[in-house]
Design a protein around this ligand. Sequence first.
Ligand SMILES: CC(=O)SCCNC(=O)CCNC(=O)[C@H](O)C(C)(C)COP(=O)(O)OP(=O)(O)OC[C@H]1O[C@@H](n2cnc3c(N)ncnc32)[C@H](O)[C@@H]1OP(=O)(O)O
Ligand SMILES: CC(C)C(=O)C(=O)O
Length: 573
Amino acid sequence: MNNPSIPASDRTPSAFDHRKYVAYDTPTLPDRTWPDRVITQAPIWCSVDLRDGNQALVDPMTVPQKLMMFELLVDLGFKEIEIGFPSASQTEFDFCRQLIEEERIPADVTIQVLVQAREPLIARTFEALKGVKQAIVHVYNSTSRVQREQVFRQDMNAIRQLARQGARWVKNYAQQYPDTQWRFQYSPESFTGTELEYAISVCNAVLDVWQPSAEAKAIINLPATVEMSTPNVFADQVERVHRALAYRDAVVLSVHTHNDRGTGIAASELAVMAGADRVEGTLLGNGERTGNMDIFTMAMNLYSRGVDPELNLADVERIEQVYTTCTNLPVHPRHPYIGELVYTAFSGSHQDAIKKCLAVRQPEDPWEVAYLPIDPADLGRSYEAVIRVNSQSGKGGVAYLLEQNTGYRLPRALQVAFAQVVQQESERSAKEIHAAWITQAFHDAYSQQAPLSVESYRLNAARGGKDQLSVEVIYHGQAQTWVGQGQGPLAAWVNAVNNHCGLSLEVDDYAEHSLGHDKDADAVAFVALKGNDTVFWGCATGSDIVRTALDAVVAGANAAIKQAVDKQDKQSA
Ligand SMILES: CC(=O)SCCNC(=O)CCNC(=O)[C@H](O)C(C)(C)COP(=O)(O)OP(=O)(O)OC[C@H]1O[C@@H](n2cnc3c(N)ncnc32)[C@H](O)[C@@H]1OP(=O)(O)O
Ligand SMILES: CC(C)C(=O)C(=O)O
């Protein structure tokens, strides 16, 4: 249809011109109630991975791939699974037969199949379902204005008759297989492009044929076959149907949204607020064009707000593996909840906030961690994936990674100093800096035990007086005995080091902590030695805390010695 708002002389079909498009109709539902509702319970989920997901693939799934996906869906807890379109191809037919003949359908799972409102296809569909204990037969026809006028070339009445006829065929064929517990589903396909009151009249016509009851409910499924509006408009449409549908108590109201505008999940969520009982979709949103609504994400959205999603999605590795094997599609690294990068913070302020929230969090607390909508561990994600370091990162992230790798909790001033080392490398390489590099760089910078190292020590701790320390050292390859005195072993040792190395270091800061919870756990010591307006940090670990402190001083002193040598080399060059 030509858009009358564009003068004919102005129409340039190949140009990027928004005037080619018309605004969508907005139903008037001034007394809408859905905006005040919250979702407190998971809807009935129906996976359509094996049908709508499958029909959108470059290479539709083979029978083994379909089986693999079916088993995953069952294990995740889906109770309704649309397994295909059995009249579409031999593969589809055979898959349906295999599930039934090999008794692969658990007693609490109902398979669903799709068919057009065409008798031969409906006959073939019932053949495919022969012997099944229970099944949903899902019949559809397009009701939109565009399809009525341009595809079917039939008026509203004829299209309603087609729907009614399809419903009759389904009902009649079902009577030929009385051993199966049948349920029927109807979709006014392209519902979002259908005049709302007309769509309701078609659904009611179908229900009049099926005469559903509270014991034998029918399913009316409202597809956003093409997502054409903002989700609030879809919610209004659903609430209007919810109110106007005949046999409402005997109907499960279902929605089936697509993602053409990128809001397929929001549309389903608002639809549930508007009265939908059931949601069709696919894992990770595979499906026609931009995909079906993503059940994994919608379920995790519920989970993240404390609502039981009634699906167990914890094994994301398996979900990803089956998804990629069956669809040949990758999982986007930013895919909600499952993508490789979705729990990762590179930026300094995010890392700092995450680290602080995690540090104060008690296991029994509700999850309230900045920047992390859920606990990544719930989906098997390790904390290594949470904080990653590049040139956008700060001291918090670097310290966090080091702590994860070594258990060290750096004093704040050492965090600041070490972050500069890492920042230099990340800027030089223009790459991510991994935890292994950070750990090595930390030890290189702060744990050097050459040219000076401690072999053994003897401490004569004097009550009220000065401690006397005698230390067997290796200094520039020579074994020597150094003696020092001071207020405590640390001061005694710094005095000895200063005397023998020609330094004038003072202890500026000292911290230690245990590296484990049991009494035999090693400790780590950090010491800041100040000399000539420079702070030299040293770090060491060990089971004997005095020895560990001496080693930490040695590391700081070695850094000071190295700086002095470098200075001399520069001057003589
Ligand atoms: C929105 C959705 O996802 S709907 C599901 C879509 N999925 C698929 O189409 C995948 C499986 N489909 C197929 O394999 C094939 O389309 C088949 C086997 C079902 C049918 O194949 P064919 O009969 O060869 O042809 P085709 O699909 O082109 O049929 C179109 C004909 O069916 C009619 N038709 C299409 N949909 C329906 C329907 N739901 N109810 C009744 N008639 C319909 C069309 O008007 C057209 O009629 P015409 O032949 O008189 O012009
Ligand atoms: C058959 C229907 C439900 C469909 O897949 C759609 O409209 O997208």
